[in-house]
Design a protein around this ligand. Structure first.
Ligand SMILES: NC(=O)c1ccc[n+]([C@@H]2O[C@H](COP(=O)([O-])OP(=O)(O)OC[C@H]3O[C@@H](n4cnc5c(N)ncnc54)[C@H](OP(=O)(O)O)[C@@H]3O)[C@@H](O)[C@H]2O)c1
Length: 258
């Protein structure tokens, strides 16, 4: 990670879960980390807790379903840091809406965050890299095993799976566009299996089953932790510049392969 020391990363969805762990790990590795989410208070606490790390965390409040807020965030980044060198496109969510009965607004909410928010952040990050002739940047899209398989036994996340399959396609397509431009910027899809975060609880938010369902899920087998994913991010970003990891799937050892 030495070559990234003092350079700038943006981690989306950094208030809790995977993004929180990744922001912490990058700051401890010496990167200056712009970290965004709606609940910026939790990021401010993280920024204080890593106060002695070689890199710093700069919290920004941003609702990534609102393009105007994303563009304002990149304007702030441009004014303060000129560009970002590494983008961790992590923010994402699932609503329990199957394909036969699902709610259209909830489907749109998943597309707005998991697909459009991710794509707008990638486009704006690449625009700033291009402006400053950054040709060794790196974008990591936090995808999912659900972006590669259809879990027929879990219809409530079928629409979410569709959004994550789109992340698989968009990552490949973005790599193709960059290769056509002879760019050396790398794009990775990092696809976790089940990770112990607030994701499961949020999936059932508003339902009486929320806590029980999340607890039952957590006890099925030892889940991955945010730190496991942060370690994988350090490996992928830290790989030598001529090594591009296009796809990395990481599952809990005991997670059934469907
Ligand atoms: N946990 C798993 O088992 C698992 C498995 C595979 C893939 N993933 C993927 O990993 C990524 C992170 O998930 P996680 O498990 O860490 O979930 P999490 O604990 O629920 O965290 C989600 C993060 O996204 C942010 N977020 C949600 N809506 C947002 C919005 N409109 N604008 C800005 N930020 C928003 C949340 O912050 P605020 O609410 O403060 O805005 C939070 O920081 C997601 O892309 C998810 O699909 C998770």
């Amino acid at each position: 990670m030495e070559r990234w020391s003092g350079r700038t990363a943006l981690v989306t969805g950094a208030s809790v879960g995977i993004g929180h762990a990744v922001a912490e790990a990058l700051a401890k590795s010496g990167m200056n980390v712009v970290a965004c989410a709606r609940n910026v208070g939790k990021i401010e606490e993280l920024a204080k807790s890593v106060g002695n790390a070689p890199g710093k965390i700069y919290p920004i409040k941003c609702d990534l379903t609102q393009e105007t807020e994303i563009l304002q965030m990149f304007k702030t980044i441009e004014e303060k840091f000129k560009h970002i060198d590494v983008l961790i496109n992590n923010a994402g969510l699932a609503h329990p809406e199957d394909l036969l009965t699902g709610n259209t607004e909830k489907w749109k909410g998943m597309i707005d965050l998991n697909v459009l928010g991710l794509s707008i952040c990638a486009r704006e990050a690449l625009r700033l890299m291009d402006k400053d002739n950054i040709d060794d940047g790196h974008i990591i899209n936090i995808n999912s095993m659900a972006g590669h398989n259809i879990f027929a036994s879990m219809p409530i996340i079928h629409f979410y799976m569709g959004t994550k399959h789109m992340v698989t396609a968009l990552t490949k397509a973005l790599n193709a566009e960059l290769r056509q431009k002879k760019s050396k910027i790398r794009v990775t899809s990092l696809s976790p299996g089940a990770v112990q975060t607030e994701f499961g609880h949020n999936l059932y938010a508003g339902s009486s089953q929320a806590t029980a369902a999340a607890a039952a899920f957590a006890q099925t087998f030892p889940l991955l932790t945010g730190k496991d994913i942060a370690d994988a991010v350090l490996y992928v970003v830290g790989a030598p510049a001529h090594v591009s990891i296009h796809e990395l799937i990481i599952a809990p050892t005991e997670q059934p392969v469907l």
